[in-house]
Design a protein around this ligand. Structure first.
Ligand code: C2E
Ligand code: CA
Ligand code: CA
Length: 783
């Protein structure tokens, strides 16, 4: 019932039914009326037939009676000898085969009566022979007349003619026909209707005199006379009655009747034909309605099916509705909508799988591609994880637009080198490339290709940017057989490369071993401080204005009993993560203070910068420790200073800055370390109570060759000076860099070119003999 098709179908069928019912009713009504008319005319005809029949018999009988009465022979024997008269009477009777012959004399006595009770019987002498005629009043008329005459139970139509002698009536001669089945049958056969003669008795009861049904209709109704008279004709019959005359005082009624079905047979037949026709029409129309409903709803169903296809993500097929009507229009719109949805979905899925900045496939695509590649047998390839160096600083100093431009440019160049299906933009400034080779030789060639393609600096509005990449790679099948592990290993290689200052770093299993080693270091570190395995190396900061060294940076080393000298990068983070950094920093500060005093005692006044970590800033005890150290070692102002990285204030800037302010309030100088590698901008640095800024060595090491590094360093120096900060450049490895920094107003320089970090004794020996010696004392003196 619910579907449109069913509704349309039901609507059509209902419409059809109403139309059919109306037409049927009209036909039925017309049929009925026609039936009534037909019945009426049939009855009228029957009545007139009966009349004619009956009257004909009258005329015939009267004419015959007159003829017989005039017959001379008969007259001659009338009143003479009875036998001769009866023979003559009978001879006449025979001529018309009458059922009754009567002769009445002047005294109204029956002088001859011949009668038979039915046509098959022989004529015999009537029972009233010789008796007075029962109705002598009949003869009061002049001339012939016809009456109904009852003899015992039989009824006769009887005509009398006067028998005259001269002008004198001497008697009457009558001939009659019985009102019997023959008459009835004759009528029935002519009219095709049944007939019954009914006579009312003295006791008012009706008696059937004769009856017949038409021979042609053996099924016709019979003996309905009484019903007709009593006006209770059953519905399936039609009838009429005629009063023929009176017998004594009782009427003789002729009842005529027939069955409707017989009469209306043809009508009925037509009616059945019509019904069959209508039935056929209904079936055909219903079928047509069904097909029509189907054809109307077919496009709708097509659309529904198409919608379901689309819902399942199937866009290949389209709906094909050739009709030029609204449905065709709808289908056209539908197909257009489908195209639009397809385009949008492709766009969304493109966005899902591509980086919006470079439009390169993203990490998701990489994982998918790796998944497919790794499912193939005998595949070998390498995954390169590439990271643009110093993006943050470019963003900070040159703006995000330039940063984005740089990332886009790197993407474009990598794409040109390796094709869209093999180059991915993971996020931020990180890219990945799949390379179909895995021998190290080939990979070295790839490194050169990458370096070559990045060689040309990127020209900005008024900048020349050098594109530098840090690459880590892992190989299949050697290093991994699933996407996640492969990515992770390439990432490990990248981080190791960053630490080891290797721009192209292969993944090595030792890197994971490093992680294991790290784990054992966690335990060993606990005893390292207590057992005096730590020591400090010192690296000078050269004052570029005076050319002398007044400041050093203390860098911790771990002399591991088994693993030998361990660099701080390997254990500082462990100390931070295992809650030992406070102890470590305390040890370093105490050791630096002790060394400061030791040098001070020989007249060497070197201010020492100590690195503290973000974790230290979280500990409220730090101030107390610092106070304790100053007190214990009786340190003057500016003896020790602290270096913190920008990352130290990232996690909880408010409390970190508060702590830094308290430190500054103690008169302790603070430096921002590794500036440019973290996430803070110079603007954010304004809030930090620092007096020195150390530019990270990654900006410094090629500054004399790289235009953009020059821009970054120059603008950093200028801005730092504007903010009242001294600037230290780290990582100076050659004269050119040193000269460039000198020329560009940098305050202090630190790097291997000046001195590597060295143990205290070695450093002071070296310093006293070097040109940077800040005091008048010499090694010799010291010695
Ligand atoms: P940092 O504070 O940036 O220290 C400078 C690092 O750069 C030192 O590495 C130093 O050896 C290195 N370096 C100096 N000049 C040059 C140069 O011309 N070229 C190159 N390639 N490198 C140069 P080191 O001693 O391995 O220290 C690494 C990091 O460990 C330090 O970086 C510092 O963040 C941390 N660290 C060192 N000692 C301590 C400490 O006592 N406490 C804390 N919390 N961290 C420390
Ligand atoms: Ca430092
Ligand atoms: Ca540093």
């Amino acid at each position: 019932m619910g579907s449109l098709k069913t509704k349309i179908f039901i609507f059509f069928v209902a419409l059809l039914m109403v139309a059919q019912a109306a037409s049927l009713w009209m036909v039925y009504d017309a049929n009925n009326k026609q039936g009534d008319v037909q019945i009426q005319s049939r009855l009228n005809a029957a009545v007139s037939v009966f009349d004619t029949l009956y009257q004909q018999r009258n005329y015939y009988l009267q004419a015959f009676a007159e003829t017989a009465a005039k017959d001379f022979g008969l007259k001659e024997v009338f009143g003479a000898d009875q036998r001769s008269f009866l023979i003559a009477l009978n001879n006449h009777r025979k001529r018309i085969d009458a059922d009754i012959a009567i002769a009445v004399d002047q005294k109204f006595s029956i002088i001859g009566q011949l009668i038979r009770r039915n046509p098959n019987e022989k004529i015999r002498l009537g029972p009233e022979q010789g008796q007075p005629f029962p109705s002598p009043q009949w003869f009061g008329v002049d001339g012939t007349f016809t009456k109904l005459y009852q003899q015992e139970n039989e009824l006769y139509q009887l005509s009398f003619a006067p028998l005259k002698s001269g002008q004198q009536v001497v008697g009457w001669i009558g001939y009659g026909y019985q009102i019997n089945t023959t008459l009835a049958q004759n009528f029935a056969d002519i009219t095709g209707l049944s007939i019954e003669f009914m006579l009312q008795q003295e006791d008012s009861q009706w008696r059937a005199i004769a009856a017949a049904i038409p021979t042609s209709h053996p099924q016709a109704p019979s003996q309905q006379g009484l019903a007709v008279i009593e006006n209770r004709v059953p519905d399936h019959l039609f009838a009429t009655q005629i009063e023929v005359g009176m017998v004594s005082k009782s009427p003789l009624q002729v009842t005529i009747f027939g069955s409707r079905s017989n009469l209306l047979e043809t009508l009925q037949e037509n009616w059945w034909h019509l019904l069959a026709l209508e039935g056929g029409m209904v079936t055909i129309t219903m079928l047509a309605a069904y097909l029509l409903a189907g054809s109307i709803t077919q496009p709708v169903r097509k659309l529904v099916r198409q919608a379901q296809y689309i819902a399942r993500g199937n866009y290949e097929s389209s709906v094909d509705i050739s009709e030029k009507n609204e449905m065709g229009q709808l289908a056209k719109e539908f197909n257009q909508m489908q195209q639009a949805v397809l385009v949008r979905e492709q766009k969304i899925s493109h966005q899902l799988k591509h980086n919006s900045l470079t439009n390169l496939p993203n990490r998701f695509s990489l994982l998918e591609t790796l998944d497919t590649l790794l499912q193939q047998k005998d595949t070998f390839f390498s995954l390169l994880h590439l990271d643009i160096r110093r993006t943050r600083t470019v963003n900070d100093t040159l703006g995000y637009q330039i940063g984005d431009m740089m990332i886009k440019e790197v993407g474009k160049r990598l794409l040109k080198l390796n094709g869209a299906s093999q180059t991915f933009h993971l996020d931020g400034d990180e890219f990945a490339m799949l390379i179909e080779c895995s021998t190290l030789n080939e990979l070295v060639q790839w490194q050169q290709k990458i370096e070559q393609v990045m060689d040309d600096p990127l020209c900005g509005e008024d900048t020349l940017l050098h594109l530098q990449l840090q690459v880590g790679f892992a190989r299949v099948p050697e290093d991994a057989d699933d996407p996640q592990t492969l990515l992770q290993k390439a990432d490990t290689a990248l981080s190791h490369g960053k630490k080891a200052q290797q721009s192209f770093q292969q993944y090595l299993p030792e890197m994971d071993a490093d992680a294991n080693r790290r784990l054992s270091l966690v335990n060993d570190l606990k005893v390292a401080i207590a057992e005096g395995q730590l020591c400090l190396f010192y690296q000078p900061k050269l004052d570029l204005k005076t050319g002398k060294i007044h400041q050093l940076e203390a860098l911790v080393r771990w002399q591991h009993p088994i693993q030998g000298m361990i660099p701080p990068d390997s254990f500082i983070s462990i100390a931070e993560q295992t809650g030992q950094i406070d102890a470590l920093s305390n040890w370093v500060m105490n050791e630096a203070a002790r060394q400061y005093q030791a040098w001070a005692e020989i007249g060497l006044h070197l201010s020492i910068a100590v690195n503290i970590s973000a974790e230290n800033l979280k500990n409220q005890q730090l101030i107390r420790s610092l106070k304790g150290i100053w007190k214990t070692h009786q340190l003057p102002q500016n003896s020790l200073s602290l270096e913190v990285t920008e990352s130290a204030v990232v996690s909880d800037p408010e409390s970190a800055i508060k702590m830094l302010c308290e430190i500054k309030d103690q008169g302790i100088k603070l430096s921002i370390d590794d500036y440019g590698t973290g996430y803070s901008s110079l603007a954010q640095l304004k809030q930090m109570p620092v007096s020195e800024l150390k530019i990270d060595r990654s900006f410094v090491d090629k500054v004399h060759m790289s235009n953009d590094d020059q821009i970054i360093v120059r603008s950093t120096i200028r801005m730092a000076h504007d903010m009242g900060l001294t600037v230290v450049a780290e990582g100076i490895e050659d004269q050119e860099t040193l000269t460039w920094l000198e020329q560009h107003d940098c305050d202090l320089a630190q790097g291997y070119f000046i001195s590597r970090p060295q143990p205290a004794s070695e450093l002071s020996s070296w310093l006293l003999e070097s040109e940077y010696n800040p005091s008048s004392i010499t090694k010799v003196l010291h010695g």
